[in-house]
Each structure stands twice: as structure tokens, then as C-alpha cells.
Design a protein around this ligand. Structure first.
Ligand code: HEC
Ligand code: HEC
Length: 383
């Protein structure tokens, strides 16, 4: 639903708001390599910052203010942080997100750690590659309504900020050349700068790689399973960001794979429930049915529930699902044997995991929690 058509509709809406394009040339806009957000920590590569929105501390701080500000929604009830909470690695703990007017989103809120490195954004939208573009969806989208900014209330939303001298000062500091800095284009540029600063690279696993921490026997066994050919997790979660869609400076080829993991098979022909058919929603190609982006597993211990629709409650359940080679739903409207989904990835097959193996894997995933990131005051609510 949020792919293709909705994105187009919300882009039109943004232009209708009179703010003009934000990202310049869209997905293919040129990139500046001269403005680091944050030093590349613990072996992370340097991130790509679009030339159309150079990073500055002032923009990041304004973006942080706006990210937490409920005035940035039509009815003043919701901010980005309502669905993206720092202590949960910027997820919200719900299976499905709920927008400012009470509409249920078809999908699970995603974490924002290391989002600057994502080659495509959201669960399954190959066309969405810039944070500036993605933001139009929660702000202006109507299917579902998230923050609910529309033609009727857009001026009210902007005037809320114009009437606040402290926030006005931040706008002026972030956009010193603009006579009237309070615009949706600038709001989006600032929040994107905040998002680019959200780097999580100091988990116990990172410290282990740097020989600053040790892992327990169980965590080490879990790591070997994760990285080995028996469990095969690394095939799709094997980058430095524990996913398989990354972009960064100097990378010659950016891959954007999507995978069907066998969660559903509602018609016996591989069907996933509308509007959660993954890549199929934008391509309408049969082979893309149920194909989703592999999420980064950094901080995954604090981002339950799991999967694009929040339909798996715990990490233990996720491991049972992988061990079975897919999910067999025996009753209800989604009944069907996902294990035999014809579009399922060849990498998802029954794995002979003992209960010990599963708990070792869960222990290893726990080492990816970055406590400093979850508590970093730079990323917290400034008010
Ligand atoms: C109503 C809850 C809600 C609100 C409010 C919300 N989001 Fe989200 N966010 C989501 C959901 C759900 C997804 C997954 C969307 C999908 O896959 O279609 C998401 C995805 C994202 C992503 C993609 C992350 C990735 O891994 O690719 C980014 C970035 C993001 N949101 C940023 C924001 C920003 C910035 C704001 C405020 C302007 C915001 N969100 C407001 C629920 C919300
Ligand atoms: C074929 C690629 C592939 C392999 C192999 C794979 N995954 Fe995944 N993983 C995915 C995709 C795609 C999703 C999202 C599926 C969805 O939501 O429909 C996912 C989701 C997850 C999630 C939920 C994360 C979240 O934020 O919701 C966890 C945890 C996870 N995988 C762990 C593992 C582990 C552990 C292994 C090895 C046993 C593994 N994965 C093997 C592709 C893969």
C-alpha cells in the first residue's frame, strides 16, 4: 500500500504543499562525500550524505526537536517518536503501528538504527532510497493516515513552529540563508539529518571484534551457528549491519535483494495477505510475492514483535519458524503452509536446530544490543 501509488500520491501532496522538491533529483541525486555525520566507528564504512542536504549539527539538533514534536501532526497528537522509540531501538513494541487518527498501519514500525546505510527503505519498496523521500509517507500519507498532515492543516502545522521562539531560533540556525526557514522541505531536511546520526556500532559484539569484550560460550556457539552453513543466517543478515542491503561510500555495486521466508501461503499458490505481499505490491510480478527486505538484526533483542506484520512475538518463536523452514498456519483466514510456498527462498529450509542451538542463537543476537545507542542523550527527547 505504501509503495508505488501511495508514494506517488504523497509526493504530489508534498509539491501541493508548496515546499518544492527536497532531495533534488530523487533516488539518483548526486552524493557529496565531504560531510561526515559521525566518525566511522568500529570499522563501519563512511556513510553517504546527499549533496542536496549536507549534514550540520544545527540541522541534526533541529531534526531531533522535530522528531519528538507532536506539533508535527495534523491533530497535534503524534510525532515520529510515537512509533519510533529510542529505548526500543526506535521501534514501538506493537505488532502494527497506529497512526494519529487511530488508523492501523498494515506493517510493523521499523527500527532506525543505522538507517543511513540502508540501500532501500521500509519493508519492501525498491523505489524508496532516500530518507527525505521516505518521510513524505508518514507525514502526508493517507493510506493509512500516520501523522495526518494535509492541505487543510498544513499551514496550521507550520504556524505552530513559527509561534515558538525557541524552535524558530533553531530553524534560523539550521537554515541561516532562508528568509522564512519554516517549511516542510526544511523540516524534512532536518529530520533526515537527525536520522543519519542514528548510528549504532558499539554493541558487545562490536567490542568483541575490537577485543574489548569477551563473549560467553553460548554466545560464541550462537555466533558460529549464525555465521555457518547449517543455520545460514549470514546469507541474508551477514553485512556489518546484519542485513543484506547496504550502501556506503566507495561500494561499487549496491545490491537490493528481497526474500520470501515462507511466512504465509494463503491460497496454496504462495499468496501473502493484501496489502502485505512484499515486493509484489510494487512490481506485480508473481515471483516477487511475499518478498521482503531482510531487516538489520542490530538491537533485535529490544525490537519485538517481529516480521513485517509483527506476527511473530518473540525471538524464540522466530528461531522455531526458521528451524521449521517456514510457518504452517493451521486455522483462521491466513491458514496455509508457508513451508511449501513456491516463492520461498532456497535458503529457507528445515534446519536441524536443537533447543540448545536455538538458545545459543538467541544469546548471540543479544550481543547485538548497543546499550549506549539506546540511551545516548544525543538521540533522546530534548524537551
Ligand atoms: C504511525 C506510526 C509511525 C509514525 C508516526 C512514523 N513512522 Fe516511520 N515507520 C512506521 C512503519 C509502520 C514503518 C514501516 C513502513 C512500511 O514498511 O511500509 C516505518 C518505516 C520508517 C522508516 C524506514 C526504516 C527502514 O528500515 O527502512 C523510516 C526512515 C521512518 N519510518 C522514519 C520516520 C520519521 C522520520 C517519522 C516522522 C516524520 C516517522 N517515521 C513517523 C511507523 C511510523
Ligand atoms: C533468505 C534470507 C534469510 C535467511 C537465510 C534468514 N533470514 Fe532472517 N529475515 C529475512 C527476511 C526477509 C526477514 C523479514 C521477513 C518478513 O517480515 O516477511 C527476516 C526477519 C528476521 C528476524 C525478525 C527481525 C525483525 O526486526 O522483525 C529475525 C530475528 C531474523 N530474521 C533472524 C534470522 C536468523 C537467526 C536466521 C538464521 C537461522 C535468519 N534470520 C535467516 C531473511 C532471511
Amino acid at each position: 500500500m505504501l509503495s508505488g501509488l501511495t508514494l506517488l500520491a504523497s509526493t504530489v501532496m508534498l509539491l501541493a504543499c508548496g515546499s518544492g522538491g527536497v532531495g533534488g533529483g530523487g533516488p539518483s541525486s548526486t552524493h557529496s562525500h565531504s560531510t561526515p555525520v559521525t566518525p566511522a566507528l568500529n570499522g563501519f564504512p563512511a556513510a553517504i550524505i546527499p549533496a542536496s542536504n549536507p549534514y550540520t549539527e544545527e540541522k541534526m539538533q533541529l531534526g531531533r526537536q522535530l522528531f519528538y514534536d507532536t506539533r508535527l501532526s495534523g491533530n497535534g497528537s503524534q510525532s515520529c517518536a510515537s512509533c519510533h522509540q529510542q529505548d526500543k531501538a526506535f521501534t514501538d513494541g506493537r505488532p502494527l503501528a497506529i497512526g494519529s487518527t487511530g488508523e492501523t498501519h498494515p506493517r510493523n514500525s521499523q527500527g532506525l538504527a543505522n538507517v543511513v546505510y540502508h540501500a532501500t527503505l521500509t519493508w519492501a519498496n525498491p523505489a524508496l532510497t532516500e530518507l527525505e523521500r521516505q518521510m513524505e509517507v508518514p507525514m502526508f500519507g493517507e493510506h493509512p493516515v500516520e501523522m495526518g498532515i494535509n492541505d487543510q492543516n498544513k499551514n496550521t502545522v507550520l504556524s505552530r513552529f513559527r509561534q515558538d521562539p525557541a524552535v524558530m531560533k533553531q530553524f534560523q540556525a539550521a537554515f541561516p540563508k532562508d528568509a522564512d526557514p519554516v517549511s516542510f522541505a526544511n523540516i524534512i531536511a532536518a529530520i533526515a539529518s537527525f536520522e543519519r546520526a542514528l548510528v549504532s556500532s558499539d554493541s558487545r559484539y562490536d567490542q568483541f571484534l575490537q577485543k574489548k569484550a569477551t563473549l560467553s560460550a553460548s554466545e560464541l556457539r550462537g555466533m558460529n551457528l549464525f555465521m555457518g552453513e547449517k543455520a545460514e543466517c549470514f546469507h541474508c543478515h551477514g553485512s556489518f549491519n546484519f542485513n543484506d542491503q547496504v550502501k556506503f561510500q566507495g561500494l561499487s555495486q549496491v545490491d537490493t535483494p528481497f526474500h520470501n521466508t515462507g511466512l504465509y501461503n494463503i491460497d496454496g499458490k504462495g499468496g501473502f495477505p493484501f496489502p502485505n505481499r512484499g515486493l509484489f505490491e510494487s512490481t506485480l510480478r508473481a515471483q516477487d510475492m511475499g518478498a521482503f527486505r531482510a531487516p538489520s538484526l542490530r538491537n533485535v533483542a529490544v525490537t519485538a514483535p517481529y516480521m513485517h506484520d509483527g506476527s511473530i512475538a518473540t525471538l524464540k518463536d522466530v528461531l522455531d519458524f526458521y528451524a521449521a523452514g517456514g510457518r504452517h498456519i493451521t486455522s483462521g483466514i491466513y491458514a496455509g503452509d508457508g513451508r511449501t510456498n513456491p516463492y520461498k527462498s532456497d535458503l529457507i529450509t528445515r534446519i536441524n536446530l536443537s533447543e540448545q542451538d536455538k538458545s545459543d542463537l538467541i544469546d548471540f543476537l543479544g550481543t547485538l544490543t548497543d546499550e549506549k545507542f539506546l540511551k545516548n542523550p544525543r538521540f533522546s527527547n530534548p524537551n
